[in-house]
Structures are given as structure tokens and as C-alpha cells.
Design a protein around this ligand. Structure first.
Ligand SMILES: Nc1ncnc2c1ncn2[C@@H]1O[C@H](COP(=O)(O)OP(=O)(O)O)[C@@H](O)[C@H]1O
Ligand SMILES: O=P(O)(O)OC[C@H](O)CO
Length: 496
């Protein structure tokens, strides 16, 4: 019977299970959304038990719907929303607080205090990250500070911390395995990405007992097997882990230095492989671990755009200008330009390279002639401009010219957006055959560990390009358009 790798893609709004065959083809996938909790302004939380339940349900669905038997699964790869923080009791397996999601801002006061002590450079030199509530470290501290008795329990070794990969593996193995991988560790603000170990000084500074931390493993090895008591009824190796953006980088075959991908989802995450060298940024990019395979760690530079596809959702659900996200393409193509309109979707501040959490969205250049079409087009263009902001910094920091950008994520089906992206960057933009590159990356990592696939070269050969966009606009025109965007961003940041 044909064997498959099962990929679990645990994202911010939904969990998916995807089956891949030896040719890297998608056999079947199942998806389940779960509840978002917003207990206070700027806070975002999930129920860890609901996350686990949603993962079990999509695994069951993908097997049943495709008629696949558990014995046909070679291995499991896990990829996950990163930074999201869960603390649970090692004896009962019960979380002591909801999962604090990466987007959540409740640790801003802790971050402000660290900044006041001028510790930003100190943290960056160890972790490659900036001081921002985005990362896990201050979230763990917050839970231990806020939940009664938690710090004492943590000091007694009763509590465990994990990102979502750790939480899922703990549950899949019925509490036997507490691990994470380099990529997830590199997003915690507790891990020294240069020394490749948890940083004792940082843990002391944030009062996080090191006994809570998972063991950090490579991104491709057998960490443990599913426990028979879970519904699998048998022991399947869990053999790959990577944070979702790193998994997409791997699934897009960006395995060589200088290769870059951008994922256009709720936000945009642009990552460039910088090889064995960790490049420090002076432009607000993050230095992070791309993956660790066979004892070799590769690094990446990353830029995050907080609002991308969610700006299209805003047009659809907030302003009711669109029936579907895909309609945005039809409207944008009806006009030859935005007629000078710029939308800066700084709804939750601005990420790379500005890191301005106080900025809020703005619209410029309205005239009596402005129509819905211009407005929709300007919103889509903002995704491309924000990507250029990040990519320019990346080239500057790394000294590497990116010759082509690989794109994936929900919004790449928008033909207008992809063409405009290529125009604004004056670079080719390439769409992979399969848009499920995140799940594919995790599957590759798992299958490489078990011998389902033999080498990185082998998995690279399984990919092909679906579509390529090349610049159609004159550089002088795009320079002028981008100049207008820069002015719009500056004005937005001025208005506070
Ligand atoms: N045709 C389209 N044009 C523009 N945006 C789109 C289109 N289709 C989907 N999107 C946007 O892409 C996002 C969904 O992409 P997805 O990769 O599933 O995101 P995530 O993994 O962050 O949930 C939504 O924000 C949606 O508005
Ligand atoms: O779940 P996604 O796809 O929105 O990705 C979230 C990122 O991992 C956050 O860093």
C-alpha cells in the first residue's frame, strides 16, 4: 500500500492536516478553524485544549476522507504558528493559562521596562530578535507573574513551557516527550541563536526557570512516536518540526544562501536564507534560524508585515466593499492606477522596518474622483509596497541581491497583486506548483529523517513552478509610485 507523510499545520486561525506522497503531491487535506479570544484590547488568546482537539479532528478527517489507513503513514511533520506561548502542568497535562498568541500585546509593559533599561542591544546580540511583545519570553514571564502560585510551581519543576509544536508533541506522545526545534526556539527571546542553547542570563533576567524549557532538537529527526492510546492506535514517528515561516522557506526550496520567499497570508513574512552565517540587521529585520538538519544550522533574515491579507478582509468585512477577497482583483484591474490614492494599513502599528506600535492606518490622496476601484487597488498595492520596504532592508543588511522572490499564501492567487509586486520590486516573482508550501516543508523535514526521501536535493527536484511574473512597468514609474508610498508612511507615523 502506498505510504504518505502526514503534515500538521497548526496556524493562527485554523489547523490543517495534509497528506503527501513520495512525489510531493498533495493527496488530501482537511482544515478546522478554532476560536479566537480577545479578552482585552490588544490581547489575543487561544484555548490550548481546543487547538489540540482541532488537530485531532483534522487528522481524523484527512484519514477518513481519503480512505487512508494509519499504517500507511510513514511519519508526521509538524509546523506551527510561532511564538504563541503555552504553560502547562507536567503531571496533569493541563494548561495553567490560555495560549498567549504571537499577536497579543499584553506584555507591552514588560517590554517597555526592558527598553527603559536599554537592554534592546543585549537581547539582539544573543537572540537576533528585537524587544517586542511578539516573542514568547515576555509572555512566559507574564503568565508566571499573573497566575497565582505559578512561579513557585515553575521553580519546583512542575510546569512546562512550550510553543505550539511542543504542546502538540507532548500530547501526541501522551506526555513522554517535551521538545522543540531550533526554528521555534529561535523565536522565544530565551534562546541564544549563536551559541545554540537556552540563555541562562536571559532566563534569569525574565525569571523563567530553565527546568520549564523543552529540549531543543534539530528540525529533522525522530523525536518520539505517537502513543498507541491516541486515536492512531499505533506508533508513528514524529520526525520533523519547523515554525510555519521556516517550513514555507524549506517547502519553497530556498535551500541556498540568497534565496527568499514571501508568504502573503493575514500578514506577510519575508525570509531570506543567509546560509551558515547569522546576519545581524541594522534595519529592523530579525535574525533567526532557518532550520537545523544533520548537525548543520542555517540562518535566515526575516521581515514581518503585520497587516497584508487582513487588509483585504477589512475591505470585505469592515467596509463591505467586496463580497469575496478574490473580487479585489476585479476592482483593481478596472482602473489603470490608484489615481494618487495610498492606503497605509497600519491597523496594529507597523512591523519591519518601522517597528512603530503606535502608528495607526491612514488614507491619502482622496479627490472627488476617487472611486471604490481606486481604493481597493490602493489597498492591494500596500501589500506590495510593504514587501518592498522589507526586501530593500534585506538586501542592504545581507549585501546579497535577491534576484527572484518566491511567493506563497492565500493572496498569491491575486494576479493583479503578483504582477504589481513584480513591477514594484523590478524582480521576477515566482509561484510554486503547490500553494501548501508550509505543510510541504514540514513533510519534507519528516520524510528526510525517516528515509522516505533521501536528500535535500531529492526533495528540491520534486518542486516546479506554476507561474512566473516579470516586471512590465518602467523603473522610473515604479520609483515614483514607491516614493509616494514612503511619503504616505512618513505622514502616517507623524499623525499620533
Ligand atoms: N484573491 C485574493 N486577493 C487578495 N487577498 C486574498 C485573496 N485570497 C485570499 N486573500 C487573503 O489571504 C488571507 C488568507 O491567506 P492564508 O494564507 O490562508 O492566511 P493565514 O495562513 O495567515 O490564515 C486572507 O487575509 C485573505 O484576505
Ligand atoms: O499562522 P500564520 O500563518 O498567520 O503565521 C504566524 C507566524 O508564525 C507568526 O510569527
Amino acid at each position: 500500500m502506498e505510504k504518505y507523510v502526514l503534515s500538521i499545520d497548526q496556524g493562527t486561525t485554523s489547523s490543517r492536516a495534509v497528506l503527501f506522497n513520495k512525489q510531493g503531491e498533495l493527496i488530501h487535506s482537511a482544515q478546522s478553524e478554532f476560536k479566537q479570544f480577545y479578552p482585552q484590547s490588544g490581547w489575543v488568546e487561544h484555548n490550548p485544549s481546543e487547538i489540540w482537539g482541532s488537530v485531532l479532528s483534522v487528522i481524523a478527517a484527512v484519514l477518513t476522507e481519503s480512505g487512508t489507513k494509519e499504517t500507511q503513514i510513514d511519519s508526521i511533520g509538524i509546523t506551527n504558528q510561532r511564538e504563541t506561548t503555552i504553560v502547562w502542568n507536567r503531571h496533569t497535562g493541563k494548561p495553567i493559562y490560555p495560549a498567549i498568541v504571537w499577536q497579543s500585546r499584553q506584555t507591552q509593559p514588560i517590554v517597555n521596562e526592558l527598553k527603559r533599561q536599554n537592554l534592546e542591544q543585549w537581547f539582539q546580540d544573543k537572540t537576533g530578535l528585537l524587544l517586542d511583545p511578539y516573542f514568547s519570553g515576555t509572555k512566559v514571564k507574564w503568565i508566571l507573574d499573573q497566575v497565582e502560585g505559578a512561579r513557585e510551581q515553575a521553580e519546583n519543576g512542575e510546569l512546562l513551557f512550550g510553543t505550539v509544536d511542543s504542546w502538540l508533541i507532548w500530547n501526541l506522545t501522551a506526555g513522554k516527550v517535551h521538545v522543540t526545534d531550533y526554528t521555534n526556539a529561535s523565536r522565544t527571546l530565551l534562546y541564544n541563536i549563536f551559541e545554540l542553547q537556552w540563555d541562562a542570563e536571559i532566563c534569569e533576567m525574565l525569571q523563567v526557570p530553565m527546568a520549564m524549557l523543552p529540549e531543543v532538537k534539530s528540525s529533522s529527526e525522530i523525536y518520539g512516536k505517537t502513543d498507541k492510546s491516541t486515536f492512531f492506535g499505533q506508533e508513528i514517528p514524529i520526525a520533523g518540526i519547523a515554525g510555519d515561516q521556516q517550513a514555507a522557506l524549506f517547502g519553497q526550496n530556498c535551500t541556498e544562501k540568497g534565496m527568499a520567499k514571501n508568504t502573503y497570508g493575514t500578514g506577510c513574512f519575508l525570509l531570506m536564507n543567509t546560509g551558515e552565517k547569522a546576519v545581524k540587521s541594522s534595519n529592523g529585520l530579525l535574525t533567526t534560524i532557518a532550520w537545523g538538519i544533520d548537525g548543520k544550522v542555517s540562518y535566515a533574515l526575516e521581515g514581518s508585515v503585520f497587516v497584508a491579507g487582513s487588509a483585504v478582509q477589512w475591505l470585505r468585512d469592515g467596509l463591505r466593499m467586496l463580497k469575496t477577497a478574490a473580487d479585489s482583483e476585479t476592482y483593481a484591474k478596472r482602473v489603470p492606477s490608484t489615481d494618487g490614492v495610498y492606503v497605509v494599513p497600519a491597523f496594529v502599528g507597523l512591523g519591519t522596518p518601522y517597528w512603530d506600535s503606535d502608528a495607526r492606518g491612514a488614507i491619502f490622496g482622496l479627490t472627488r474622483g476617487t472611486e471604490k476601484e481606486h481604493f481597493v487597488r490602493a489597498t492591494l498595492e500596500s501589500l506590495a509596497y510593504q514587501t518592498k520596504d522589507v526586501l530593500d532592508c534585506m538586501e542592504q543588511d545581507s549585501g546579497i541581491e535577491i534576484d527572484m522572490l518566491r511567493a506563497d499564501g492565500g493572496a498569491v492567487s491575486n494576479d493583479f497583486l503578483m504582477q504589481f509586486q513584480s513591477d514594484i520590486l523590478q524582480k521576477n516573482v515566482e509561484l510554486a506548483r503547490l500553494n501548501e508550501t508550509t505543510a510541504l516543508g514540514a513533510a519534507f523535514l519528516a520524510g528526510l529523517a525517516t528515509g522516505f526521501w533521501n536528500s535535500i536535493e531529492d526533495v528540491c527536484n520534486l518542486s516546479s513552478v506554476q507561474k512566473e511574473y516579470s516586471p512590465q512597468m518602467e523603473k522610473a514609474t515604479t520609483d515614483e509610485l514607491y516614493g509616494g508610498w514612503k511619503k504616505a508612511v512618513a505622514a502616517t507615523r507623524h499623525f499620533k
